[in-house]
Design a protein around this ligand. Structure first.
Ligand SMILES: NC(=O)c1ccc[n+]([C@@H]2O[C@H](COP(=O)([O-])OP(=O)(O)OC[C@H]3O[C@@H](n4cnc5c(N)ncnc54)[C@H](O)[C@@H]3O)[C@@H](O)[C@H]2O)c1
Length: 360
C-alpha cells in the first residue's frame, strides 16, 4: 500500500510513520513536509533511515505532488496547528487558510486523481466556543469541574463532548479551517467515490513534541519546568484550573490501519479520538506532577484572557470505541513521564521550537 503522510516531520506525522511501520512493515510510506515548524527538520534523518521517501514540499503547491507514485491513502498531518494561528501576529489569516484549507484541497484533488483514501487529523477546536465558555464550573482538586447537574447541552455528558456538540461559529479561524476541510473532504469523497475519515483529536502529547504555550502545551510545560523557564497560568482565574485531555498519537496507529483496510460503508466517517476523562488534567495538576518528578519551580498567575481559550475541553471517544473497539492505551502519567525523559535527554528542546522563528 502506497501511503503519503503530509506534515511527516511534525510530532503527529513522525510518531505515526514510525509506529505504522512497526505494525506493518510492508507499507510504502512517502512523506511531504515544508519544514515550516521550527525544529521539524530534526526528524528527517530518522525517517529516512526507516526507508521513508521524504519530499521537501508544500501542500499549498499542487505541483509539489507531481513526482509521487500512485497513492492508495493520504494521511494529512500538515497544518498550522495552533488555535491562535491567523490571529497571533506571526501568521496572517490568509496564510492560515492557504496552509490548512487550500492545502487540503490540493490533497483532495490528488486523492480524486488516484482514487486514494483520505484521513484528516482534525481537532477538538471544531466545537463551538460560546457554550464552552458558558459552562457552569466549580473547582475541585485544583481543576475546573463542570456542574453536570446543571448542564443540558446536546452532545455533552459526564464523558465529555461527543460528535453532536455544536460546531456553530465562533470556533477560531483555526477551528473553522479544520471544520471546512472536513466538510470538503466528505464532499469530495462522496462525489468522487473515495473513502474519507475525519478523526477529531483532543490534545495530542508525547516525547519529542515541539511545544509552545499555544500548541503542544503538555510538552511545553514539562520541558519549561525542567529548564526552570518562567511559566504563567494565563487566563480565567490565573490559577491554572483550565482542563484538557491528552492522547499519545501512537495510540491511533492501529485505528488508522483499520480505517485504511475498511471497504464497507457502515462506519461513521467523523469521530472523536481522545484520552477522555481518564486523561483530563488541569495545568495546576500538571504542575503538581512536575514538582514531584522534576523538583520545585514557581508559576506566575496572569488572568488576562487569551483569544479563543476555553476553560474545559475533554472529548468523548465512545463512538470510536463502539465502531472500531478503539481505546487509548497510554495512561497520562506515562505520557508525562515520556516527555520528562525526553526533556532530560534534550535540554535545549524548547529553544528549537521558539515562537517567532516560524517561516511563512
Ligand atoms: N498536536 C495536537 O495536540 C493536535 C490536536 C488535534 C489535531 N491536531 C492536528 O494534527 C496535525 C498534526 O499536528 P502536529 O501536532 O503534529 O503539528 P506539528 O506542527 O508538529 O506538525 C505539522 C507539520 O506540518 C508541516 N507543515 C505545515 N504546513 C505545511 C505545508 N503547507 N506543507 C507541508 N508541510 C506543512 C510542518 O512543518 C510540521 O512538520 C495537524 O493537522 C493538527 O491540526 C494536532
Amino acid at each position: 500500500m502506497n501511503i503519503l503522510i503530509t506534515g511527516i516531520c511534525g510530532f503527529v506525522g513522525s510518531t505515526l510513520a514510525r509506529r505504522l511501520l512497526e505494525m506493518r512493515a510492508d507499507l510504502a510510506i512517502a512523506g511531504m513536509d515544508n519544514l515550516i515548524r521550527p525544529g521539524s527538520e530534526i526528524h528527517r534523518e530518522t525517517l529516512r533511515s526507516l526507508g521513508i521517501r521524504l519530499v521537501h514540499g508544500d501542500i499549498r503547491s499542487a505541483s509539489d505532488f507531481e513526482g509521487l507514485p500512485k497513492l492508495d491513502y493520504v494521511i494529512d498531518a500538515a497544518a498550522l496547528p495552533s488555535v491562535l494561528a491567523g490571529v497571533d501576529g506571526e501568521t496572517s489569516s490568509r496564510q492560515l487558510m492557504e496552509h490548512n484549507l487550500l492545502g487540503t484541497i490540493n490533497i483532495l484533488e490528488r486523492c480524486k486523481r488516484d482514487s486514494a483514501g483520505f484521513i484528516l487529523f482534525n481537532t477538538s477546536r471544531v466545537y463551538s466556543i460560546p457554550p464552552l465558555t458558558a459552562l457552569p464550573l466549580g473547582v475541585d482538586a485544583e481543576a475546573y469541574v463542570p456542574d453536570f447537574g446543571r448542564i443540558a447541552i446536546a452532545g455533552m455528558s459526564r464523558q465529555g463532548l461527543d460528535e453532536r456538540f455544536s460546531t456553530n461559529p465562533p470556533l477560531s479561524l483555526y477551528g473553522a479551517s479544520k471544520l471546512t476541510s472536513e466538510i470538503l473532504a466528505l464532499e469530495y469523497g462522496s462525489s468522487f467515490g473515495f473513502p474519507v475519515w475525519s478523526n477529531r483529536c483532543g490534545v495530542l502529547a508525547g516525547g519529542g513534541q515541539l511545544g509552545r504555550p499555544d500548541q503542544g502545551v503538555f510538552s511545553y510545560w514539562i520541558h519549561g519546568w525542567r529548564e526552570r523557564r518562567p511559566l504563567r497560568y494565563v487566563g480565567f482565574d490565573g490559577q491554572g484550573h483550565q482542563v484538557r485531555d491528552c492522547l499519545h498519537p501512537r495510540d491511533m496507529a492501529g485505528l488508522l490501519l483499520k480505517q485504511m483496510d475498511c471497504t464497507g460503508n457502515d462506519k461513521r466517517r467523523v469521530q472523536n479520538l481522545s484520552g477522555g476523562m481518564a486523561s483530563a488534567t488541569s495545568l495546576a495538576q500538571l504542575s503538581r506532577w512536575c514538582e514531584g518528578r522534576l523538583g520545585k519551580h514557581s508559576v506566575a498567575g496572569d488572568a488576562t484572557s487569551r483569544p479563543h481559550d476555553v476553560p474545559w475541553l475533554v472529548l468523548d471517544s465512545s463512538l470510536a470505541t463502539a465502531q472500531w473497539g478503539w481505546k487509548p492505551q497510554t495512561p497520562k502519567e506515562d505520557i508525562f513521564e515520556e516527555i520528562a525523559r525526553h526533556a532530560e535527554a534534550h535540554p535545549d528542546w524548547l529553544s528549537r521550537s521558539s515562537p517567532g522563528s516560524g517561516a511563512r
